[in-house]
Design a protein around this ligand. Structure first.
Ligand code: NDX
Length: 261
């Protein structure tokens, strides 16, 4: 029996999916600049417990496709191709982040139950983006053999690692604000929270811009832009929430970018 035909790179598909991701980013910005996306501290109590899923379950289900889809694409690639080393490393970075977000973050979160409606859209988004990033890196990307020593790769990788470190550390600081079973909000302290209200978001944004520079690719820049448009406004709304809720909230703290905004 002959092996199934392998998927090919279709550059116009990459261009179309990346453009749509950019358009979704702008839609996201227009929807959530004035009004925050309704989960966590910005959720309006409109849906009862039946309209929500426990945070652990929700984050696991929502983020799983971002890990699974690129892994599946990799397994389906015949003959296997992830050369040169730079290309293999880049795909591993993406999967590494989503391994953390799928298999580690949800099991420690002390967050509130997550709305089913947003879970549905979030999962769709993760399938879409997992496919786009994985498909591009596994089937389309072409890098010279010395890409690992290129300034774009090295500086992007450094930014990615720095952002990921900030993101994971900030996630941990937020988690430590609550005892198990607690759902109240407190003033985050320490780490980059000393300077900004959205330290976890700042880390995530730096991380994906680092990834975009390291891959030097349209899909990754589109995703970094989406991340900025998705969690940038959320950081601003968190900041306003804190200023409104806590009279002793540090006045020098900014919303997203230390000392700037
Ligand atoms: N998930 C990315 N759009 C998103 C879910 C929502 O990973 O329809 C994007 C992601 C999705 C979104 C996803 C895509 C777009 C959607 C959107 C919903 C609508 C939107 C689908 C997929 C949409 C269109 C129209 C374009 C289709 O109780 P609690 O939960 O608030 O507790 C929190 C706790 N905490 C505190 N505890 C005590 N005291 C305090 N002061 C506290 N402040 C917070 O900490 C949580 O348990 C935890 C973290 O809370 P928070 O609000 O700071 O972060 P959160 O937004 O929950 O994100 C968690 C992590 C974070 O590290 C962030 O960087 C990363 O996930 N993230 C989140 C969102 C998107 C994303 C990354 C990305 O784009 N790369």
């Amino acid at each position: 029996m002959s092996p199934p035909p392998s998927m090919q790179c279709i550059p116009s598909l990459v261009l179309a999916l990346s453009s749509l991701l950019g358009a979704l980013a702008l839609l996201q910005l227009s929807l959530y600049l004035r009004v925050p996306s309704r989960y966590g501290k910005h959720e309006e109590r409109l849906c009862g417990p039946r309209g929500r899923l426990p945070a652990r379950c929700a984050w696991f289900l929502q983020e799983l496709p971002s890990f699974l889809v690129p892994a599946l694409l990799l397994a389906l690639r015949s003959p296997p191709r992830l050369e040169p080393l730079g290309c293999r490393l880049l795909c591993c970075l993406f999967c590494w982040h989503y391994f953390y977000r799928t298999f580690i973050y949800p099991f420690f979160t002390r967050g509130r139950p997550f709305p089913l409606q947003l879970l549905f859209f979030g999962t769709l988004f993760c399938v879409y983006n997992g496919f786009l990033q994985g498909y591009y890196l596994i089937y389309c990307a072409e890098y010279p053999n010395d890409w690992c020593t290129d300034i774009r790769f090295t500086s992007g990788l450094l930014l990615f690692l720095l952002g990921m470190g900030i993101n994971i550390h900030s996630d941990l600081l937020l988690r430590q604000l609550r005892k198990p079973g607690e759902v109240t909000y407190k003033i985050p302290q320490g780490g980059l929270f000393t300077y900004v209200s959205g330290a976890n978001y700042f880390g995530e944004i730096v991380e994906w811009f680092g990834f975009a520079i390291a891959t030097w690719s349209l899909p990754a820049f589109a995703f970094a832009f989406f991340t900025l448009c998705c969690i940038g406004p959320r950081a601003y709304h968190h900041h306003r929430y804190y200023l409104k809720t806590f009279t002793d909230y540090p006045k020098s703290r900014k919303a997203l970018i230390p000392f700037v905004f």
